[in-house]
Ligand binder design. Structure first.
Ligand code: UD1
Length: 419
């Protein structure tokens, strides 16, 4: 088991390169299953979730080569359509393989993902959309069996909520099809556009409309391509949260601030100075942050739920009271009791967190409850007085490339220890 040990209270300064987006890389890796050829994916973050995706690809018969941040996937031969339970359980997002395995082989058998650390994560929208498109879906004792008799012919799917995963699964299931599929109320996250760009580079025709419409004109066969994954907007927002609460002067390189425009004003309200130039963003903070009233997590382009926990950590040392509403997931406040152990004054009322800023957090032994909750504890530990030990950091490793290395590079006192 590994822990992070942080001696808080240092200002952060310097430059850092932002990793590729986990939430783009995973569906793109799933998409490689559709391709009768070789895909070269650059800027793929080195994360345990990516390793879990590689295991699934190899199980399906793909040959995968990993060289630093470039993955080469040869999917000429696919040998099966089932994903064993153990591989599905390694990563909740493995459900995104449903669309691609089905699209490539006509059949997909895998376990239902069930609940997870941030609450129940149903896949009813994924399944009802596939049914609408003519896929036979059976659920039997926790196993999903999806089958299409012939190539899908397209159709119109209207999502009752713009689910990211459901949008991706429909795109993947329909990339190899005979017809035109229209998704209404599709997710608009930048990772959806990245998946569309990848599929288009492979010969598909996916158009992203302006009001949450995605149109997929399926093709008979897709060819390999080279693609570079977009920068991780949540990693950028995590580093920005750390600067907001610890103070400092940090430049994020290889980022794309256009993918988190709606969040920049929140950091400005906290008192951060932000200078934004093409793919670089400089954030400076020289004082205690100010509170922000009314932050609501929403589907893109609204405030991302994945940034809620790190921003909560930053606001816990703000001057004044902040109010944050979590609208996307039902159980995404598990980091709050841990922040309270560090002295944060936060009350939870249903999906609302009321953060009464304190001028100081204190180091404590805390437990990383999930990926972004773990990142929040690192943000808190960096600005806290004394030593913080973050346990269960396997969650953090799912989404951040060596988080301790990144923060050490910025002058923080943080190390990983094996216990
Ligand atoms: C993706 C991201 C995750 C992010 C989330 C919301 C990946 C790998 N993960 O997750 O980091 O927090 O988007 O931006 O890209 N829902 C249903 N039925 C469904 C599908 C979803 O009720 O069939 C609900 C979920 O329970 C949740 C909400 O819709 O409350 C959002 O889920 P969704 O957009 O699907 O998120 P994911 O794709 O799971």
């Amino acid at each position: 088991m590994e822990n992070l040990v942080i001696c808080g209270g240092r200002r952060l300064s310097g430059e850092i390169d932002i990793q590729g987006a986990k939430n783009s890389a995973l569906p793109i890796l799933a998409a490689t299953v559709l391709i009768k050829g070789e895909s070269v994916i650059h800027n793929c973050p080195d994360l345990s979730d990516i390793d879990a995706a590689i295991k699934i690809l190899r199980h399906l018969g793909c040959k995968v080569k990993k060289e630093k941040n470039t993955l080469t996937v040869d999917s000429r031969e696919i040998s099966c359509y089932n994903i064993p339970d153990a591989l599905m359980r390694e990563m909740r997002s493995s459900i995104v393989f449903l669309g691609s395995v089905l699209g490539r082989t006509g059949m997909a058998v895998m376990s239902s993902p069930g609940g997870c650390d941030i609450g129940l994560r149903p896949i009813d929208l994924h399944l009802s959309s596939l049914r609408t498109l003519g896929v036979r879906v059976e659920e039997c004792h926790g196993t999903l069996i999806c089958k299409r008799e012939k190539q899908l012919a397209g159709g119109v799917v209207s999502l009752s909520f713009p689910s990211v995963g459901a949008t991706e699964n429909i795109m993947l299931a329909c990339a190899l099809s005979r017809g035109r599929t229209v998704i209404l109320n599709a997710a608009r996250e930048p990772e959806i556009k990245d998946l569309a760009d990848f599929l288009n580079s492979c010969g598909c025709n996916v158009e992203i409309g302006s009001h949450g419409t995605v149109v997929i004109s399926g093709v008979k066969e897709l060819h390999g391509c080279e693609h570079s994954v977009i920068p991780d907007r949540i990693a950028s927002l995590t580093f920005m949260s750390a600067v907001a609460s610890s103070g400092g002067d940090v430049t994020l390189n290889k980022t794309d601030s256009s993918s988190f425009m709606s969040v920049i004003p929140i950091f400005e309200q906290m008192g951060c100075e932000i200078a934004n130039r093409s793919n670089r963003l400089r954030i400076r903070m020289n004082k205690r942050p100010k509170s922000v009233m009314d932050i609501r997590t929403m589907p893109y382009p609204g405030f991302p739920t994945d940034a809620q926990a790190p921003v909560t950590a930053a606001l816990s040392v703000a001057q004044g009271t902040s109010v944050l509403v979590e609208n996307i997931f039902e159980n995404r406040f598990k980091h709050i009791p841990e922040l309270q152990r560090m002295g944060a004054r936060i009350k939870i009322e249903g999906k609302v967190a009321i953060i009464d800023g304190t001028d100081r957090l204190y180091g404590a032994r805390v437990f990383s409850p999930d990926l972004r909750g773990g990142a929040a504890l690192v943000v808190a530990g960096l600005c806290a007085q004394g030593e913080t030990v973050v346990e269960q950091i396997c969650h953090i490793d799912r989404g951040y490339e060596c988080i301790e290395k990144s923060f050490s590079q910025l002058g923080a006192d943080i190390k990983r220890i094996i216990v």
